[in-house]
Design a protein around this ligand. Structure first.
Ligand code: B12
Length: 213
């Protein structure tokens, strides 16, 4: 049994040593990567999120935790990226303008890469025009948008409109995700899909790609 409190504790450390040790120990004990991710790292981060909300922690604490979280995910990455072979499709992935949260987006990227998709990660705080320019350059079948703030999720509507209003050889599908985003919101803004987590995001992409063939 993994204990979220253990992960919470190491997420708060200044050095990478404790998080590396705990993740490696969980791997050695036979826990699967999704288990370590969901029941360990994300569960620990969620305790931290509650304290942040209650103002018991401050931005520097959370930044530190984000660094540790990325380190933990790096260790798990090879376990997710087993599937090789040719690309099943191309996806452009980014966090929308005004938003710098990228832990969730990076997880989505890892899961998509591990499922045989080619991911073009355009980073954080990405304006609609950059999404449009990247689509014109790379001609992906899917665009994935991430937002973690109730304010920046509204920017997703602008991106969807900019994409649907521009011309491409083949218009890409848009999928959205991030803690405040819901299926109903996705439909309201005209997105083609929504995933509550990285695994469902992959499922949605695979379904959309099947429609296209
Ligand atoms: C880490 C963190 C930060 C870090 C981010 C570091 C980084 N590199 O990402 C820092 C310190 C920078 C930060 C800053 C801020 N934050 Co912050 N942050 C968090 C925190 C604690 C964790 C977020 C996280 O990484 N979760 C773990 C990941 C794995 O989950 P996830 O992102 O939801 O992703 C999963 C799914 O949503 C989905 N998914 C995500 N994207 C996509 C995309 C697609 C296409 C698909 C299919 C799926 C998908 O899959 C992922 C994996 O399963 C949350 C609290 C929380 N518990 O959520 C607050 C939180 C999001 N932050 C919040 C706030 C208010 C802020 C600040 C405004 C604080 C401030 N006063 O400055 C700033 C805003 C900065 C900005 N302009 O973006 C609020 C948002 C409130 C709201 N309703 O809008 C939260 C909820 C905290 C709170 N409870 O008040 N934050």
């Amino acid at each position: 049994m993994l204990k979220p409190e253990d992960f919470y504790r190491v997420l708060r450390e200044v050095d990478f040593g404790p998080i590396e040790e705990l993740v490696k120990k969980a791997v050695a004990e036979g826990h699967s990567a999704p288990q370590i991710l969901n029941e360990g790292l994300i569960a620990g981060m969620s305790i931290l999120g509650q304290e942040f909300k209650a103002r018991e922690l401050w931005v520097p604490d959370v930044l530190l935790a984000a660094r540790n979280m990325h380190r933990g995910i790096e260790i798990l990455k090879p376990m997710f990226s087993k599937e090789g072979g040719g690309s099943k499709g191309k996806i452009v992935l980014g966090t929308v303008k005004g938003d710098i949260h990228d832990i969730g987006k990076n997880l989505v990227s890892i899961m998509m890469t591990g499922s045989g998709l080619e991911v073009i990660d355009v980073g954080v705080d990405v304006p609609a025009e950059k999404f449009v320019a990247t689509i014109q350059e790379h001609q992906p079948q899917i665009i994935g948008l991430s937002a973690l703030l109730t304010t920046t999720m509204l920017e997703m509507r602008n991106v969807v409109e900019a994409i649907k209003g521009s011309s491409y050889d083949v218009k890409p599908y848009v999928i959205v995700g991030g803690a405040p985003v819901t299926e109903a919101f996705a439909q309201e803004i005209g997105a083609d899909g929504y995933g509550p987590d990285a695994v469902s995001g992959v499922e949605v992409v695979m379904k959309l790609l099947k429609n296209r063939v």
